[in-house]
Design a protein around this ligand. Structure first.
Ligand code: ADP
Ligand code: MG
Length: 320
């Protein structure tokens, strides 16, 4: 099988809603009037972002899920994506499973694959996604205001616990480890929530590198300080068997949860809670935004006694 047969067999499907899909030198799309395109790309490299022997069907899901999550974080409606794939060898079972996982999620959100690139090389997968958002309505990292509540869209830490387990740092009971694996491998992008937060939230982002590290980006770009109440941070029940230090690390600094973190005026509390119920996505208020102070850490975590916690970890940095 050559490159073109591969593309035709695994990555070409009817795309009635775009002007021109896979097969030409470029795809053609039309943007709805009064909207902006939100564009984002994420590269996942074997050995860095996923284990080289990762289940290909789950990998197909995850590669697209992290991109859909970026659209959710912007409040954008995802509209299409492209896929660049480097593969060490022609491996049809792998391709079949990968494309099955990817298209299952694509179908769930009605997002067509409109092009890409395929080459031989060390396994790496890069998806570029675009979404539409009404002009000026996108949720930015720079919009947080002093007094805002800080919210997260679900329990945190299970994906991090899966990594701790797989790398031998902790030994989880087998059934719990399987559940953590599901959170790590098959994240649910909060696409509907992101769009519903337009006009309600002042800033938003998705938690890919840990709550504290990601919140620091909101703080930097909004020139504010974030104060997190540790007791309000929803911890995944899968963390129950871990010691308190690891629980704190997994829920505050663990990556890969892909929940949304957003800030909103306290005046919107009731509406946000209603929204969470309507979408069956529990929303948790975990802290508040305060005035920037150059002499204090931008992101602080407060314990039950109201004391600032001293934490020896921060967000995940891909160059550390
Ligand atoms: P070009 O030589 O212009 O880069 P290619 O031969 O790389 O074109 O690709 C042929 C067509 O197949 C293009 O429309 C491209 O977008 C599409 N394509 C290539 N790889 C993929 C892929 N992995 N998934 C989806 N479409 C792909
Ligand atoms: Mg090409």
């Amino acid at each position: 099988m050559n490159e073109f047969d591969l593309i035709a067999k695994y990555f070409t499907r009817p795309t009635p809603d775009v002007d021109l899909g896979v097969g030409d030198d470029a795809a053609l799309i039309s943007v709805s009037a009064g909207h902006q395109l939100a564009i984002s790309v994420d590269m996942l490299v074997a050995g860095r972002h996923f284990f080289a022997d990762a289940d290909p069907e789950r990998l197909g899901h995850k590669c697209l899920a992290v991109n859909l999550s970026d659209m959710a974080a912007m409040g954008a409606k995802p509209t299409w994506f492209t896929l660049s794939l480097a593969l060490p060898e022609m491996n049809e079972p792998w391709l079949a499973a990968f494309s099955r996982g990817m298209f299952a999620l694509a179908d769930q959100f009605g997002v067509p694959l409109i092009g890409g690139d395929t080459t031989r090389g060390p396994l790496s997968i890069s998806i570029q996604i675009a979404g539409e958002v009404p002009k000026g309505a996108a949720l930015l990292r720079s919009g947080a205001l002093v007094g805002d509540d800080i919210w997260v869209s679900g329990p945190l830490g299970a994906a991090a616990a899966a990594v701790m387990h797989r790398t031998g740092r902790v030994e989880l009971p087998a059934a719990i480890a399987l559940r953590c694996d599901l959170r790590l491998d098959l994240p649910t992008p909060r696409v509907a929530l992101g769009q519903a937060l337009r006009g309600l939230a002042n800033s938003a982002m998705d938690i890919s590198d840990g709550l504290l590290g990601d919140l620091a980006h909101i703080c930097e770009q909004s020139q504010v300080m974030a104060i997190i109440d540790f007791n309000k941070v929803p911890q995944a029940i899968e963390l129950n068997s871990l010691n308190s230090i690891l629980v704190a690390e997994a829920s505050l600094a663990g990556g890969d949860d892909y929940e949304l973190c957003f800030t909103a005026s306290p005046a919107n509390r009731a509406e946000i809670e209603t929204l969470g119920s309507a979408l069956s996505t529990p929303l948790f208020r975990v802290g508040s935004i305060a005035t920037f102070d150059a002499n204090q850490p931008m992101v602080q975590v407060i314990d039950t006694q109201g004391q600032r916690m001293n934490l020896a970890f921060s967000g995940f940095d891909h160059f550390k």
